[in-house]
Design a protein around this ligand. Sequence first.
Ligand SMILES: [Ca+2]
Length: 542
Amino acid sequence: MIAKRLFFFPFFTALLVAFAFGAEERPNIVVILADDLGFSDIGCYGSEIPTPRLDALASNGVRFTQFYNSPRCSPTRAALLTGLYSQQAGMGWLDSKVEPKSRGFHGRLLPRCVTIAETLRDAGYFTAMAGKWHLGQQNGTPPWERGFMRSLNSRFGEVYFPKESDKPGTESLFLNGREIPKDSPELGHDWYSTDLFVTWGLKFIDEAQAEKKPFFLYLAQGAVHFPLRAPEDVIARYRGKYMKGWDLLREERHARQIAMGIVDAKWPLSPRPDDSPAWDTGAPDEQKRFDEIMAVYAAMVECLDQSTGLLVDGLKERGLLDNTLLIFLSDNGGNAEGGPAGVTRGEGPIGGPQSYVMLGMNWATLANTPFKRYKHFTHEGGISSPFIMHWPAGIPAERRGALEKQPAHLVDIMATAVDLAGAKYPERYHDHDILPMEGVSLRPALLGQPLARKEPIYWEHEGNKAVRDGRWKLVQKWRGPWELYDMEADRTELHDVSKEHPEVASRLEASWAGWAQRAFVDDWTGPDHTNWGADILTKPVD
Ligand SMILES: [Ca+2]
């Protein structure tokens, strides 16, 4: 008996000590956010574009089939970093929409929210970001004011090369709050931005190591947002490969998704939109131009994959990969803003640093295979994202490579970070009451267990609305009727069953209205983007 006590006492003491002082055991957390990347654009979600580094993360991690973002850049970033719906954080639209009398259009992160960086910094983490901010730097909320101890950021993305054709506001970067020209030697030479942001992310990780702290790195890549630009040698590898056309490529992606189990074979591929012509009807010179556009996009996806590989290698070299939770996702669905024709303007070769290229609706339909609609919309094409969680020390061997089919959303990332870091989500911060976080921890999904979600998931963007509750999704295009879909039977949203299940539709409509009231959702008054893709033909593109 005495011997047992002697044995157990030091054991429990050691356990307590490890619990109390075991900060070094808490996982590092890295979030890699792609921009405007569609659901099917990487290999492990069905793409023909080779993405071996991301695929390796998926095969050693957990891949979600129903992960949801918001349908636009700033709203997604707000929800991801605060664990609140975007309107609650103050970002009901892009950060250029500032309406002080509104409920949710403030163009900045309001004092009623905290960021993951603030929460984890207060829990002893080293916090850093590299890449696109787009959360109201011009309105008083740059990364260094919202919890990031280190940052290399652009104000709102669209940065690819040190010397390129710049839109106002994209000609400089900010290093820890200090504005520097993109071609400053301080940033190195001849970079492409996906690599640049990883390089600086690793520098920040080295600083975290020097301070002996776990770290949170938010790597917000600008790729694959327009203007589509990539290194010429990478683009060259893809020219000609897209002469197959969007119709056939879409069928091929769909078949691979079914084979992988990402998509259920009983959901038909959504039909090609009315505004999108059949590939075979295009003249040869038109087809060649479309091939060149998609070659640039594919090159950008390849670069995104390779830069993710740089990060993984960097973590491995530092002995950090095992205890780092790495998350990969996109901020909204594929982008049809270039309309059916796409856009090829500017100087020099298509995809070069002086060109201005937008993907367009036809290839965006491919990007969002098998779903319908795009960025801006709350149908599945606008809000469905690849989502990979990789964490060797935290995912048991039998779960590696698993598909996770429970729906999840951006707001869950804060809850996951708080859970894994042992952090406390504050009720008050800087003398302001903080709204309770909306999400649930995704830790159970790493173990194959049910999430603790009790509430539906909600969306509103430009008057496009949706609510997802279990198998049901109620969705509405601005000024259109509510549509009800059974997502287990019909995730491609082809059979509106609101007439068959009016009680479900009513319940969800009331649920959405209650959420909109408490979540500071303003009525949308325009502009009208409900035909986005088609109306762009008659309007100048910026
Ligand atoms: Ca975006």
